[in-house]
Ligand binder design. Structure first.
Ligand code: GCB
Length: 594
């Protein structure tokens, strides 16, 4: 799926700003015709942002169900005759959209874009109404899953993941044009053979019978290095300048549709990086060279905005990662805003790209749910229908992110149940589906501590082992020597079992900034430092370990619980990005400082 761009033949109009907004706890808005105009009491809500924390109201913070957004937009008169598309970067977790009261699209899944051709329902040269109902309910048929409990005080959303269920319009909304005959998709796969780079490309079009596709590749100085005609083929680039970690060198692939005229009928431009990714035994290779992941599991999470995309925090977070010497992060636990991947491409930061399949594991919540006898996989819980939704989120992730050089691994789930025959049956087709969609990148899932090497029955379906482990925190709490022995034994077992590269995708300790102790006691800054240092000693002793991503980059909001003090405090930075002592440990290790 192409991101909207301004080009010689296309124009965008941002719809970000203040929209009218109304809660619809009873789900009555449709019957009352809100798609034709929100009721008088509607207030204003910023887009993009989560709506939960913007007003100091429990009813909004803990809302379960529908909310409505509405905006009025002038469509320029010069857009008449063009194809006009309305595009949402995301709507969490599902949405229905009307334009001037006409239903134009709906979408399931809170973290991928969707769009509607609204040419026939908008009026150019006039003001048009755009209305969206966004629903935040998690069920056994949503990714991530959850369920709603009816209580005397109203519905309560329950879920199995450890971050707050923020909702709303989290990403930019655009209205954009394309010509009637237009480019609908571009796919590139790059290769390197010695000094020569290759770019295999495929262009999909609509309404373009009799038109010719032309592509031209220019380097970062604007010099053309290759060109071709036709909807698919291979470009060869002599003396290619590879995209590599730490150096986000990008070429520009100009894709055009030509008729008989002097100018192209449609034009689109894609930034691409020439690089290869490969698993070789226990090594992870980028451009044929061993790569070691240093970085974080992150969240899209900041005060007030919740999961709303924010360029200030994006640029600042990358600057902090650079300051530490981090070279990578995982989009735990859902696809991040497209702006983040574009920026990672340009900054040369390596990304493990994850779906929103988090919490497919009831045992992790046995304290709260065990009594109710839930099983993760069953007719009434995660079932075949859930898997079809999961399949769709994988398709949408790959469709959106396939051309990003920064993306080197698809992570199709975080900590699912993976020690039962049901889990294998569930994941086998999904692993195959992901490989089929993109044979050019390794595929993995993130394994949970409850399914170590002698219990897991799923990891062999994947190219790489990704482990979340909390030795010294959830087990061996406060006993780092015991934690060190247990962590090393487990990593050796994994290396021996599969002979695949291992990335530590999570390790860490909750830490209250400013809490100190001369002996390393859990929750103190000193303990976080000691736990990370212990983990690093172990990683350095196990050859198959090819990466370390600390949990988490920054403190983040969660649901309420006795294990969480105003959220999850495993950040190396506080939620407002102040460093804890561990930041200096990481900086020394990752930057090789004394
Ligand atoms: C995990 C999860 C992550 C949690 C983390 C924790 O294993 O993947 O979402 O936040 O543990 O802090 O417990």
């Amino acid at each position: 799926m192409l991101a909207p761009r301004d080009t010689a033949t296309r124009e965008r109009k941002s719809l970000d700003g203040l929209w009218r907004f109304a809660l619809d706890a009873a789900g009555a808005g449709r019957d009352q015709g809100w798609q034709h105009g929100l009721p008088g009491g509607a207030r204003e809500m910023p887009v993009p942002a989560s709506y939960n924390d913007v007003f100091p109201e429990p009813a909004l913070h803990d809302h379960v169900g529908d909310v409505w957004y509405e905006t009025m937009v002038w469509v320029p008169a010069r857009w008449a005759g063009q194809r006009i598309v309305l595009r949402f970067g995301s709507a969490t977790h599902r949405a229905v959209v009307w334009v001037n009261g006409s239903h134009v699209t709906e979408h399931e899944g809170g973290y991928t874009p969707f769009e509607a051709d609204v040419t026939d329902v908008v009026e150019a040269g006039a003001e048009n109404r755009i209305t969206v109902v966004v629903n935040n309910v998690l069920t056994w048929r949503s990714i991530p899953p959850g369920y709603v409990e009816q209580t005397p005080d109203g519905p309560r959303q329950r879920y199995f993941h450890d971050f707050f269920n923020y909702a709303g319009l989290h990403r930019s909304v655009w209205l954009y044009t394309t010509p009637r005959a237009h480019i609908t998709d571009v796919t590139v796969v790059t290769g390197l053979a010695g000094a020569t780079g290759t770019v295999d490309y495929q262009v999909a079009t609509a309404g373009a019978d009799g038109l010719q596709v032309r592509v031209a590749l220019t380097d970062a100085d604007g010099a053309e290095v290759a060109r071709a005609a036709g909807g698919g083929g291979q470009l060869a680039v002599a003396h290619a300048h590879p995209w590599r970690p730490g150096e986000g060198y990008l070429y520009d692939l100009a894709v055009q549709l030509w008729g008989d005229g002097e100018v192209p009928v449609d034009a689109y431009s894609l930034a691409i990086g020439i690089r290869t990714v490969e698993v070789d035994g226990t090594r992870f290779l980028i451009n044929g060279e061993p790569f070691y992941f240093r970085g974080f599991g992150k969240h899209e999470d900041i005060a007030l905005r919740g999961k709303g995309h924010d360029n200030v925090f994006m640029v600042h977070d990358f600057a902090l990662m650079d300051w530490l010497g981090a070279n990578s992060f995982r989009t735990s636990h859902y696809p991040y805003a497209e702006e983040v991947l574009d920026y990672a491409d340009r900054r040369g930061i390596v990304v493990i790209d994850e779906t929103a399949a988090v919490g497919l594991n009831i045992s992790l919540n046995s304290g709260s749910f065990g009594g109710q006898g839930f099983k993760t996989f069953s007719e009434d819980t995660v079932n075949d229908a859930t898997r079809e939704v999961h399949r769709q989120v994988i398709r949408e992730l790959v469709a959106r992110d396939k051309n990003h050089p920064c993306v080197v691994i698809w992570s199709i789930a975080n900590e699912p149940e993976s020690d039962t025959p049901e889990s294998r049956a569930y994941f086998e087709p999904l692993a195959a589906e992901t490989r089929g969609l993109d044979p050019s990148r390794p595929v993995g899932f993130v394994n949970v501590m409850l399914a170590p090497a002698d219990k897991d029955v799923v990891a062999d379906l994947f190219d790489i082992v990704m482990l979340n482990r909390y030795y010294g925190w959830y087990v061996d709490t406060g006993d780092l020597p015991a934690a060190e022995r247990a962590l090393e034994a487990e990593l050796i077992a994994w290396a021996g079992k599969l002979g695949k590269p291992i990335i530590m995708t999570e390790y860490g300790a909750d830490t209250i900034a400013g809490l100190h102790s001369v002996t390393p006691v859990p929750w103190t800054e000193e303990y976080q430092v000691e736990l990370l240092a212990m983990s690093h000693r172990v990683f350095d002793r196990v050859d198959a370990v090819v990466g370390e991503q600390v949990w988490n980059f920054a403190d983040f909001a969660t649901g309420s619980g006795v294990m969480r003090v105003d959220g999850n405090k495993k950040g190396v930075f506080t939620r407002d990005r102040r460093p804890k002592a561990s930041a200096y440990l990481l900086r020394r290790r990752w930057r090789g400082l004394p």
